[in-house]
Every structure is written in structure tokens, then in C-alpha cells.
Write a protein that binds this ligand. Sequence first.
Ligand code: HEC
Length: 114
Amino acid sequence: MKRAVFVAWMMTGFLLPGQTATKPGNAENGKLLFTKHGCYQCHGYLGQGGGAGAKLAPRPLPLAGLMAYVRKPSGVMPPVTAKVVSDQDLADIHAFLSSIPPAPDPKTIPMLNQ
Ligand code: HEC
């Protein structure tokens, strides 16, 4: 009996915890979802932090880490279930956060170096 369960699990394609069967994220859609799902309220429109939430961009956590955190936060952030925000939505949000460029180095801005 146990064996049958194991075989069934193998046939699902070896999904380990933290791995997901999502398509590559869509940054455009992720930007909309970041607002729609209220992430911006604590993390800022560009994930820049500064409000109640942590800085998420530029250079967000890897997708698996972001998903793990959002599902089961270890701090004050309210958990976000898959019913509210799907894995695919999180992949899109991750693509959006990854697409945000870092702020320029002040040393490269002539006005600040006169
Ligand atoms: C009510 C405020 C609030 C909302 C809404 C919120 N967060 Fe957070 N989030 C936080 C806070 C505060 C932290 C810092 C750690 C902690 O205390 O949980 C955090 C941490 C995180 C982290 C971990 C960052 C790191 O580098 O460790 C991720 C990823 C994250 N949030 C993603 C999201 C996403 C995606 C959404 C929208 C679905 C969201 N958050 C909505 C408050 C919020």
C-alpha cells in the first residue's frame, strides 16, 4: 500500500517541497498583482520597503524562498494562502520584483560628484 502511494508520487513528476509546477513568471502581470493583492501596502509599489514591510527589490529572494516565506512567514507578515494568491501569481510577482533595476551608484551621477 505504501509502495503504491510512493509510485503515485513519482508519477506526479517528483515535485519536492519548494518546487512548483509554474510557468516562468510574467513581470507585467506581476506588477498588477503586487498592487491587486495588497503587497504594495507594506512593501511599497516597487518593493522598495520603507513602510511596514521589508525591502523586496532589487535582488529579491529566489522564487522558492519567496514562496516559502509568503506561505509561512516567520515575522509579523500575515501568511498568504494559495487560495488568495496562487503559485503562478507568486511566480509573476517574483518576475516583477526581479525586473526592478537597482538604484544607480551615487558615484556615477555627475551632479552628486562636483
Ligand atoms: C501587512 C503588511 C504586509 C503585507 C500586506 C505583505 N507583507 Fe510581505 N512582509 C511584511 C513584513 C513586516 C516583512 C518582514 C518580515 C516579517 O516581519 O514578516 C515581510 C517580508 C516579506 C518577504 C521576505 C523578505 C525577506 O527578504 O526575507 C517576502 C518575500 C514578502 N514579504 C512578500 C510579500 C508579498 C508577495 C506580499 C503580497 C502577496 C506581501 N509580502 C504582503 C509585511 C507585509
